[in-house]
Design a protein. Structure first.
Ligand SMILES: [Zn+2]
Length: 276
């Protein structure tokens, strides 16, 4: 599933290419009706046709397309969604469910193999994204903000990091990578982290996300950027999906466990369980 670095990479790709363009036509495939829940395809089309794209922002893993007239199109890619900017004459992409034709002979295509993504129209994007925790790459995201967001939780720290209401944007890849970088066992109860643990975790979350952004996201399965290209960060992860391979720091085999139902990768020596 695309996480913060993947969504932000796509956003940066698309923004200069679609900002200022008008939407001249909308096409939604008949099998994609669940994607536009909250509106019928005809209603969806009539509400956005003719509007200009004034901006593209991100909140957590959500894209927020700012349209003229105070309307927002909120897009969530979920498992297999992709947002692609293509020349209108470019060959069809696989699994395209919705196409916005722009006034410069290009298209914004929403492709989604499993049809779990969502496209929602709203006059207030907050109604769609709901309550989300702080943005970990914001300048305002300090160690104290992280402490405030997670420090009283009794759940395993891995589970808390995945909770979008606690912290926005992390998924399975970057939660595992951040905990490894911070040398914190994924099953440690969040409220047992010391001040030093919290500071290390704060630094690690930011570094791991920035590194992934530098590598244009991680393409373990379906993720592609706004031009349809794979990211490179899957070649740079330290523990994620490296079960049984030697830890780059200590040489011990990377372990895997279920934490809160999610497959979790960690080094048993670098991330000892003490304090849990
Ligand atoms: Zn290790």
């Amino acid at each position: 599933m695309p996480e913060l670095p993947e969504v932000e990479t796509i956003r940066c790709d698309l923004l200069p290419r679609i900002c200022g363009r008008a939407i001249i036509a909308v096409r939604i495939t008949p099998d994609a009706v669940p994607l536009v829940d909250g509106a019928s395809p005809a209603e969806f089309e009539s509400r956005i046709k003719g509007r200009r794209i004034e901006g593209l922002s991100r909140r957590g893993k959500y894209f927020i397309l700012h349209l003229s007239g105070g309307l927002y199109l909120v897009v969530h890619l979920r498992m297999t969604g992709a947002l692609l900017h293509r020349d209108a004459r470019a060959p069809a992409d696989r699994y395209v469910r919705a196409v916005l034709s722009l006034d410069d002979n290009t298209e914004l295509r929403f492709a989604d193999l499993r049809k779990l993504g969502r496209l929602r129209l709203a006059s207030d994007p907050g109604e769609v994204v709901g309550r989300l925790g702080p943005e970990p790459l914001d300048v305002a995201f300090t160690a104290a903000v992280l402490r405030q967001a997670i420090g009283r939780r009794k759940a395993p720290i891995k589970t808390v990091l995945l909770d979008q209401r606690a912290l926005a944007g992390l998924g399975n890849i970057y939660a595992d990578e951040a905990l490894f970088a911070a040398r914190i066992h994924p099953q440690r109860r969040a409220d047992t982290l010391t001040e030093a643990d919290n500071r290390r975790l704060h630094r690690s979350i930011r570094r791991v996300l920035r590194d992934a952004l530098d590598n244009r996201g991680a393409s373990f399965r379906d993720y592609v950027d706004g031009g349809g290209r794979e990211g490179m960060h899957q070649f740079h992860v330290k523990v994620f999906r490296r079960t049984g391979q030697p830890c780059y720091v200590c040489g011990v085999e990377v372990a895997r466990a279920k934490v809160g139902g999610r497959s979790t990768h960690f080094c048993p020596r670098c991330q000892p369980q003490e304090g849990a």
